[in-house]
Design a protein around this ligand. Structure first.
Ligand code: DON
Length: 304
C-alpha cells in the first residue's frame, strides 16, 4: 500500500496542469498549489501516507460531514424536515432551488444546507459554545487535540460573505433559520476554517468506514445504519454538480472542500484523505480526484 501511495504522489508531482486555487476566499488564494498529500487509515489500524501529509490545510466543506453527524445526533430523522437529501445538480453556492422549494435546501452539503445544519446544531447557544462542540467532536474522532480553527481564513470568509449571507437571509425569510443570521454565518465560517492535515482527516473519517465505530477507542459514534446513510449522502451530494462524475470515476463516498481536500470512505476498508489545492471548475480538487481515481483503479476498492 505504501508503494502505491508513493507512486501516486510521484506521478502527480510531475503534473503541470494543477487546477486553480480558490480565490473568492482571499486567504486561500495564498496557498502554494504545488503541494500534494495522500493518507490512508485502515479499519485494522494501519496508516500510510505520501507527500506533505502532516501539513494542515483548510478543510472547508469537508467539515459539513462532521456537522451533519452532530446534527443527526441531536435531531435524528427530525433533521430531514429542515434539509433534504437529494443531489442538487447545481453549484455549491447556488440559490435558485431555494425559491421554488420553500427555502428548504436540497441537501446538507451545499452551502445553504450546511448553514441550515449549523442553525440546527446551535439550539439557542452562542456561536462560541457551538464551535467548541464542533471542535471537540472533530478532535475526538481524529484522536488529536491539536486541531484548531484558522481564524484568518474565517475572517477572510466573513469579509467576503455576500453570497452565503444571501443564502442565509433568503432561508430566514422562509422561516427556515431560528437564530440570528450573523451568528449562524460566523459559526459556519469558523467550522469551514478548521485546519487539518491529511493524516488527521483520514483518521477522522474512520468511523464512517467501520460501521460507525470510533478508532482506536472502539466506542460507537453513530449506528451502522447512520454511517451508511451519511456515506450515501457523500456519494450522492458530496461533490455538488460533479457528484455523478466523482461516483463514475472513483466510486467511493467522498466530500470535497474548496481548500483542495477530499475525504473518501471505503466502507469496511479504510478512510482516505487527499489534498491538492488547485480546483476544477466545480470547486473540487483536480489532482485530489485524480489521486483517488488512481488509488481505486489499483486496489479495486470502489463500492461498485
Ligand atoms: O461557504 C463557502 O463557500 C466555503 N466555506 C465552503 C465551500 C466549499 O468548500 C465547497 N467545496 N467544494
Amino acid at each position: 500500500m505504501q508503494e502505491l501511495l508513493n507512486k501516486i504522489a510521484a506521478e502527480l508531482a510531475l503534473e503541470t496542469e494543477r487546477g486553480k486555487v480558490a480565490d473568492y476566499i482571499p486567504q486561500l488564494a495564498h496557498v502554494d498549489p504545488s503541494q500534494f498529500a495522500i493518507s490512508l487509515a485502515t479499519v485494522d489500524g494501519q496508516r500510510f501516507s505520501a507527500g506533505c501529509a502532516t501539513t494542515p490545510f483548510s478543510i472547508q466543506s469537508i467539515s459539513k460531514v462532521f456537522t451533519l453527524t452532530i446534527a443527526l445526533g441531536k435531531w435524528g430523522d427530525g433533521l430531514w424536515s429542515r434539509v433534504g437529501r437529494e443531489p442538487s445538480g447545481d453549484p455549491f453556492n447556488s440559490i435558485v432551488q431555494l425559491e421554488h422549494e420553500g427555502g428548504k435546501p436540497r441537501n446538507p452539503f451545499i452551502n445553504a444546507g450546511a448553514i441550515a445544519i449549523v442553525d440546527a446544531i446551535m439550539m439557542g447557544h452562542e456561536p462560541k459554545e457551538t464551535l467548541a462542540e464542533i471542535l471537540s467532536f472533530v478532535r475526538y474522532i481524529a484522536d488529536d487535540n491539536s486541531i484548531c480553527f484558522d481564524h484568518q481564513v474565517a475572517a477572510s470568509e466573513m469579509q467576503h460573505k455576500d453570497r452565503n449571507a444571501s443564502l442565509a437571509h433568503f432561508m430566514k425569510a422562509f422561516g427556515r433559520l431560528r437564530h440570528d443570521v450573523d451568528k449562524v454565518l460566523g459559526t459556519y465560517f469558523h467550522q469551514c476554517a478548521i485546519a487539518m492535515s491529511c493524516e488527521q482527516l483520514a483518521h477522522a473519517g474512520l468511523f464512517l468506514a467501520s460501521d460507525g465505530v470510533n478508532q482506536p477507542s472502539d466506542l460507537r459514534v453513530v449506528s451502522p445504519q447512520r454511517a451508511r446513510r451519511i456515506n450515501s449522502l457523500m456519494m450522492m451530494c458530496g461533490h455538488y454538480d460533479a457528484s455523478g462524475e466523482f461516483a463514475f470515476r472513483v466510486g467511493l463516498p467522498g466530500k470535497s472542500g474548496v481548500g483542495g481536500g477530499i475525504l473518501a470512505i471505503a466502507p469496511g476498508r479504510g478512510s482516505l484523505a487527499v489534498w491538492s489545492p488547485g480546483l476544477d471548475k466545480y470547486g473540487n480538487s483536480l489532482l485530489g480526484t485524480r489521486a483517488l481515481e488512481m488509488f481505486v483503479q489499483h486496489t479495486g476498492w470502489s463500492v461498485f
